[in-house]
Design a protein around this ligand. Structure first.
Ligand SMILES: Cc1ncc(COP(=O)(O)O)c(C=O)c1O
Length: 409
């Protein structure tokens, strides 16, 4: 454990009460938060202001797939911060060029647009789709899935198949329609004369860790080929090794035209990317899109380091082994408590435990945190369990033991 030490004479760091009261009184109150303030982390462990050790099985909403304070990422951002933090996109820089090189070498991609978040990556994808559509028959409509989540900007709330994210922000951006997730025939039936693209998550994350039936993405690929549509895969949550392969599409027998990334791409440093083939990129010509900080040296150095670790040949096999162990433990829990647990589902280390009762699900998440295990509740009754890929067997067993106590209580 590497405790951060305050410089001599510095005032003591604020306690949880001060941090929480300060944030509550000044910040826009858009987040439902648990009353805990974290000060540092290492691997799968977080420490709060009171030095309480918490097992992090949420990876900060799946943003720290390599665990907290991964040495390779820390070293890369430290070196880059001392060298060059930012240059504009009117010039070139090495971290940006290297990131684009890695993203294309490690995927189907031929072209990359770099940005700062998931919503921005999806904005770039949606703009690419509209440019492509306008040049190919005057089309603009994008089909997405019910229960999906694609971000919080105006275009991405319009793309998101959940009414609650659009409520109060009407009028919604036109050009989107929603189709039940996992139903390829319904998707094909929904195609109209103005449809240009399908945007889906390979596994829905925020929607409740929903895994589509086998062959779904491959069927969507065939549909897109039949109708000259772009297949756009939102891998913001499923990418970067989370599902056991670098990108989830690799397990689904389909190659998309566009893939969007963010969250763990910089292992906690805000960086996003829209990766696409030349066809999808064809409409994004000079001046069509941009971002001041997209391709920033510091964030891109973090992403380069993250991808180098993820592609080292050891990290992903280890993540798959961890996923098997954790899933087996969760399934054993389900066998023991069928009156509470409906289903264990997910892919790799993106796992969901669907409970029968939302109130019980809330109580389980709260009791787990009381006992030192951080998990997340999504879609009302689904415990989302997503430790970092570097989680150890001992940590998995510790997390499972906490859950076993909580479910038995
Ligand atoms: C699948 C998916 N797409 C897009 C987003 C939006 O990403 P961001 O919050 O970085 O804008 C998220 C965030 O949860 C997500 O899970």
């Amino acid at each position: 454990m590497t405790a951060a030490t305050a410089p001599a004479g510095a005032s003591p760091p604020p306690g949880a009460d001060d941090i929480i009261a300060s944030a509550k009184s000044r910040m826009v109150q858009v987040y439902g938060r648990t009353e805990i303030a974290f000060v540092r982390g290492e691997g799968a462990i977080l420490w709060d202001t009171g030095e309480r050790r918490v097992l992090d099985f949420f990876s900060s909403i799946l943003c720290t797939n390599l665990g907290h304070a991964h040495p390779a990422v820390t070293e890369a951002i430290t070196r880059q911060a001392a060298t060059l933090v930012h240059v504009s996109n009117l010039h070139y820089s090495a971290p940006q060029a290297r990131l684009a090189e890695l993203l294309t070498a490690l995927s189907f991609g031929e072209r990359v647009f770099l940005c700062n978040s998931g919503a921005e990556a999806n904005e770039a994808a949606l703009k690419a789709a509209r440019r492509y559509g306008h040049a190919h028959g005057g089309r603009f409509e994008v089909l997405t899935a019910l229960g999906s989540f694609h971000g919080r900007t105006f275009a991405t709330i319009a793309a998101t198949g959940q009414e609650k994210v659009r409520r109060g922000f009407e009028p919604s951006l036109p050009g989107f329609r929603y189709v039940p997730f996992g139903d390829a025939a319904a998707m094909e039936a929904a195609i109209g004369p103005k449809t240009v693209a399908i945007l889906v998550e390979p596994v829905q994350g925020e929607g409740g860790v929903n895994v589509p039936p086998p062959g779904y993405l491959a069927e969507l690929r065939a549909i897109c080929d039949r109708h000259d549509l772009l297949l756009m895969s939102d891998e913001i949550q499923t990418g970067c090794g989370r599902t056991g392969t670098l990108w989830a599409y690799e397990q689904m027998g389909a190659v998309p035209d566009v893939m969007t990334l963010a969250k763990s791409l910089g292992n906690g440093i805000p960086v996003g990317a829209m990766v696409c083939n030349a066809r999808a990129a064809s409409g994004l010509d000079l001046g069509a899109h941009g971002s001041t900080f997209g391709g920033n040296c510091l964030t891109n150095a973090a992403a380069v380091a993250t991808l180098e670790v993820l592609s080292d040949g050891k990290t992903l096999p280890r993540a798959r082994a961890a996923a098997s162990r954790l899933r087996a433990g969760l399934e054993a829990l389900q066998t023991k408590h069928p009156e509470q647990i409906d289903e264990v589902r997910g892919l790799g280390l993106l796992l969901g435990v669907a409970l029968k009762d939302p109130e019980r699900a809330k109580a389980v998440a709260a009791a787990a945190l009381d006992q030192g295990l951080l998990i997340n509740l999504t879609a009302d009754r689904v415990l989302r369990i997503a430790p970092p890929l570097v989680v150890t067997d001992a940590e998995i067993d510790e997390g499972l033991a906490i859950l076993a106590r909580v479910f038995a209580s």
